[in-house]
Design a protein around this ligand. Structure first.
Ligand code: BGC
Length: 736
C-alpha cells in the first residue's frame, strides 16, 4: 500500500487529488505539468488502436486514426499461442507510442458463458486457463514494450443484455474458479498497469462500488498495484466508488468531481482512500511519461505481417474430406459477400480503421493468378434475393470447387446487445443448399464472432474452415490456408454445440428484471457438456490439420511447482505443421464437485514433416488449486491426479496418474464439525474411533453412517456426551 504522505501525489492540493480521480475528457487523464504530471492519453482497444484525435465516442462510431487491425480475441485465442498474443500486443504498443497513447484499453478477457453474448468476439475463451494464458501473453507483450494495459471487464461481465445494470448472482466457488481465475493469473503474474471495472453489479453491489472485488480480491488477495479505472460510464457515485477502491473514473464527469469535493468537505470522508487513488493515478502518469517517446514510429508493412501470421494460426479446419488444400492451379469459383467485403472485426468500442484491408477474393485471385469468378449470393442483413442466388448458382455450376463465404453480420453480433439464437442467417443456408445442388465440391468459410449451430448443409460441405474474425490480413491468411502455403493449426477456444439448448447456461441466460443467476455453476462450456455426457458438434480444443501428429512416451511427475508432463510429438504426415498439445486434469474421487476434465496446460509445437520433439509442460500449482468454500481460499487437494494429453478435449491420446501433495490447511474443529470431516484430518480417524466408541455410536456400520454427519456439538443431546468431554475432544483435535 502507498505511503499516503509521501506518494507521488503528495505535493497536490486536495482539489487536485480529487481531479486526478476522474478524466479530463474522453481519453485524457488530468495533468498538472507544473507539478511534474504531464498529459496522458488512453485509447481502445484490444486488437488495434482506436485513437480518436477528433470527436470522441465510446461505441466506435466516430473516426479514429488508422491502425493495424489484428485478429480480435476470438481469432487470437484460436491460435492457442500466448507468444502470438504477445507479438500482436507488442506491435499495438509500438503504434500506441507512435500515437502518444500510454495505456491501451484491453485485453477483454471475460469468460464466454454463452455463445449468445454479443461481445464474445472480444473475449478469449469459455475456459479460464486458456483465457488467462492468452491474456498474460498479451499483457507481457504490451507492457514489456512500455505501454500499459487495462484488463477488462472486471468482473462477471458475461453478457451485453442490460450490461449497465444487470446484477450477477454467482456462488463463491464458481466466481473464483471460473470467472476471476484468469484475472488472477494476469494480476499476480504480469501486474497490468490498470484494471477496468465493469458496468454490471455483483451480489447486489455495482462493481464500480464493490469493495470486495476492487479491494479485497484485487489488492488484498492478489496484490494488484496499479490503477482501477472505470469502464466508460460505469460510475454512478464517485465518492462511493473511490471509497470502494476505484482510482479513476472515465470519462470526465464534472458533476461527479463536485460530489467528491462535497463529500470530502463534509469532513467524514475517508481521506486515505482519496490519497491512495490520487497516488496510484499519479504513479500511472509518471510511468507513462517515462515510457513516452515523441519520436516513436512503426512500420505498417511489418505490422501487417504480424497480423497475417496471427490470422494464419487462428483459422480452424473443422471438416475436410480431402478437398483441402487446393492445388494452386485449382479451378475455383467464389461465392458470398464476405469474400469481397470481409467481416474481419467486431462492432463497438474496439472498432479499428485498418491501415489496409485484404479481401479473400483478391487474395485468392492473387494466389491462383486468375480472375476467379465471383458472385455475391446475398447481402448481409438483407432478405434473400433470388437474382443474387441465381447468379451464384451459375457461377458455382461449372467450377471445380466452390468457395462459399458465410457468416454473421454486424446486425446480429455486436458490443451492446446479445444474439437471440445461434443460427446462421437462413438466406445464407438456403444459398448454400442451392449451390450444393449443382456442385458437390463446396468448401465453406465462416466469419463469426462466436459459435454458430451447424445445419446439415454445413455438415454436407466438402470442408469447413472456421475463420472467426481475422483482422485486416485475414483475406491473405485464408488464401494461404486454402492453397496449402500454410497448414491450418487453430483450435477451438469454445465448444461448438449441437444445439443452443445444450449449452450449460441455456436456462439461465441472460436472466430477467436486471438479475442473472449463474445457475450452471462451475459447469461452463466443455465442463458442462462433459459432465452431462452430451455430444457436441465440435469439442473444445478441436481443430484439424493437413498433416498428422503422433503422441507417445508420456511421463508424469509432481513437486511443489505442480505436475510436470513430458511427451513426444511427431509429425507423421507430409507437411510441416503446428500442433497445440493440451493437458487436461481430473481428480478421481475428489471430495468436491469437479468437471470430468479441466484444461491445465498446453503448448504449441512446430514440426517439419517427419520431425519429432519432446514437449514439456508444467501444470502449475496455482492452476491445480480449487477454491475451498470451507476455507474461503485456494487449496490443492492431495491425492491421485489423472492427466490426459491430446489434440482436443475429446481426442485424448495419452493418459496417466500422478500423486499430488495437497496444501489444504485443516479448518479449526468446532461443534459444527462432523465426524466425517474429522476422519479426513491427519490422525483424526483414530481419535474419532476412541471418542465415538466411548459413546457407543460407532458400534454397527449403519449407526456409524448415520452418525458421521451429525455435527459433534449436537452429541451432547443425541449421544449423551458431557460438555466437558466434548470440549476436551475438540481441544485434542485442534492441538496440531
Ligand atoms: C467499453 C469498453 C471500452 C470503453 C471505451 C465501453 O463502452 O465497454 O470496453 O474500453 O467503452 O471506449
Amino acid at each position: 500500500m502507498n505511503d499516503q504522505s509521501s506518494g507521488p501525489a503528495a505535493d497536490l492540493t486536495t482539489d487536485e487529488k480529487i481531479a486526478l480521480t476522474g478524466g479530463q475528457d474522453f481519453w485524457h487523464l488530468h495533468s498538472f505539468p507544473d507539478k511534474g504530471l504531464p498529459d496522458v492519453m488512453v485509447s481502445d482497444g484490444p486488437h488495434g488502436l482506436r485513437t480518436q484525435k477528433g470527436d470522441s465516442d465510446m461505441l466506435g462510431l466516430n473516426d479514429s486514426v488508422e491502425a493495424t487491425c489484428f485478429p480480435p480475441a476470438v481469432g487470437l485465442s484460436a491460435t492457442w499461442s500466448p507468444r502470438t498474443a504477445g507479438a500482436v500486443a507488442a506491435a499495438i504498443a509500438e503504434e500506441a507510442r507512435a500515437e502518444g497513447v500510454s495505456v491501451v484499453l484491453g485485453p477483454g478477457m471475460n469468460i464466454k458463458r454463452s455463445p449468445l453474448c454479443g461481445r464474445n468476439f472480444e473475449y478469449f475463451s469459455e475456459d479460464p486457463h486458456l483465457a488467462g494464458e492468452m491474456a498474460v501473453g498479451y499483457v507481457d507483450g504490451m507492457q514489456d514494450a512500455g505501454v500499459g494495459t487495462s484488463i477488462k471487464h472486471f468482473a462477471l461481465n458475461n453478457q451485453e443484455t442490460d450490461r449497465m445494470r444487470v446484477d450477477v448472482e454467482v456462488d463463491e466457488r464458481t466466481k473464483q474458479e471460473i470467472y476471476l481465475r484468469a484475472f488472477r493469473s494476469v494480476v499476480t503474474r504480469s501486474q497490468p498497469w490498470t484494471v477496468m471495472c465493469s458496468y454490471n453489479s455483483v451480489g447486489g453491489t455495482l462493481v464500480s462500488q464493490n469493495h470486495h472485488l476492487l479491494t479485497e480480491v484485487l489488492r488484498d488477495q492478489w496484490g494488484f498495484e496499479g490503477v482501477v479505472v472505470s469502464d466508460w460510464g460505469a460510475v454512478v457515485d464517485r465518492p462511493a466508488s473511490v471509497a470502494a477502491g476505484l482510482d479513476l473514473q472515465m470519462p470526465a464527469d464534472t458533476g461527479a468531481e463536485q460530489d467528491l469535493r462535497d463529500a470530502v468537505a463534509a469532513g467524514d470522508y475517508d481521506q486515505g482512500a482519496l490519497d491512495r487513488a490520487a497516488d496510484r493515478v499519479a504513479a500511472l502518469i509518471l510511468r507513462s511519461a517515462e515510457n513516452a517517446d515523441p519520436d516513436a514510429a512503426y512500420d505498417r508493412d511489418e505490422h501487417h505481417a504480424v497480423a497475417r501470421d496471427a490470422a494464419r494460426k487462428a483459422i480452424v479446419l473443422l471438416t475436410n474430406d480431402g478437398t483441402l488444400p487446393l492445388a494452386p492451379d485449382a479451378d475455383v469459383a467464389v461465392v458470398g459477400d464476405f469474400a469481397q467485403t470481409p467481416r474481419y472485426q467486431g462492432a463497438g468500442s474496439s472498432h479499428v480503421i485498418p491501415t489496409r484491408l485484404s479481401s479473400a477474393l483478391d487474395a485468392i485471385r492473387e494466389a491462383t493468378g486468375t480472375e476467379v469468378p465471383f458472385a455475391r449470393g446475398f447481402v448481409p442483413g438483407d432478405k434473400a434475393d433470388s437474382a443474387l442466388v441465381e447468379e451464384a448458382v451459375e457461377v458455382a455450376r461449372n467450377a471445380g470447387t466452390v468457395l462459399v463465404f458465410l457468416g454473421l453480420g454486424e446486425d446480429v453480433e455486436s458490443e451492446g446487445y446479445d444474439r437471440t439464437d445461434m443460427e446462421l442467417p437462413a438466406e445464407q443456408v438456403a444459398l448454400l443448399q442451392e449451390i450444393q445442388k449443382v456442385n458437390d465440391r463446396v468448401v465453406v468459410l465462416l466469419s463469426n464472432g462466436s459459435a454458430v449451430r451447424f445445419p446439415s448443409a454445413l455438415l454436407d460441405a466438402s470442408a469447413v474452415l472456421e475463420t472467426w474474425l481475422l483482422g485486416q490480413a485475414g483475406g491473405e491468411a485464408v488464401a494461404d490456408v486454402l492453397f496449402g502455403a500454410v497448414t491450418p493449426s487453430g483450435k477451438l477456444a469454445e465448444t461448438v454445440p449441437l444445439r443452443l439448448e445444450d449449452v450449460p447456461s441455456f436456462l439461465h441466460f441472460p436472466g430477467e428484471a436486471s438479475r442473472v443467476q449463474y445457475g450452471e455453476g462451475l459447469f461452463v462450456g466443455y465442463r458442462g457438456f462433459d459432465a452431462r455426457g452430451l455430444d457436441v458438434q465440435f469439442p473444445f480444443g478441436y481443430g484439424l490439420s493437413y498433416t498428422t501428429f503422433d503422441y507417445s512416451d508420456l511421463e508424469l511427475s509432481s513437486d511443489d511447482d505442480g505436475i510436470h508432463v513430458a511427451l513426444t510429438v511427431a509429425n507423421t504426415g507430409e507437411r510441416a505443421g503446428r500442433e497445440v498439445v493440451q493437458a487436461y486434469v481430473s481428480v478421481p474421487g475428489s471430495k468436491v464437485a469437479r468437471a470430468p476434465r479441466e484444461l491445465k496446460g498446453f503448448a504449441e509445437v512446430e514440426l517439419e514433416a517427419g520431425a519429432s520433439e519432446r514437449v514439456e509442460l508444467t501444470l502449475a500449482h496455482a492452476d491445480l488449486q480449487y477454491w475451498s468454500v470451507a476455507l474461503h481460499g485456494w487449496a490443492v487437494e492431495g491425492g491421485t491426479y489423472h492427466v490426459a494429453v491430446g489434440a482436443s478435449s475429446r481426442d485424448l491420446r495419452l493418459e496417466g496418474d500422478v500423486e499430488v501433495t495437497g496444501d489444504e490447511t485443516i479448518p479449526e474443529v468446532t461443534g459444527a464439525t462432523t465426524p466425517l470431516e474429522i476422519a479426513e484430518m491427519p490422525g483424526g480417524e483414530e481419535k474419532l474411533e476412541s471418542f465415538m466408541s466411548s459413546i457407543g455410536l460407532m458400534a454397527d456400520p449403519e449407526m456409524r453412517k448415520m452418525a458421521e454427519q451429525i455435527p459433534i456439538g449436537r452429541l451432547t443431546g443425541i449421544g449423551n456426551v458431557s460438555r466437558e468431554d466434548l470440549a476436551a475432544f475438540i481441544d485434542s483435535l485442534n492441538q496440531r
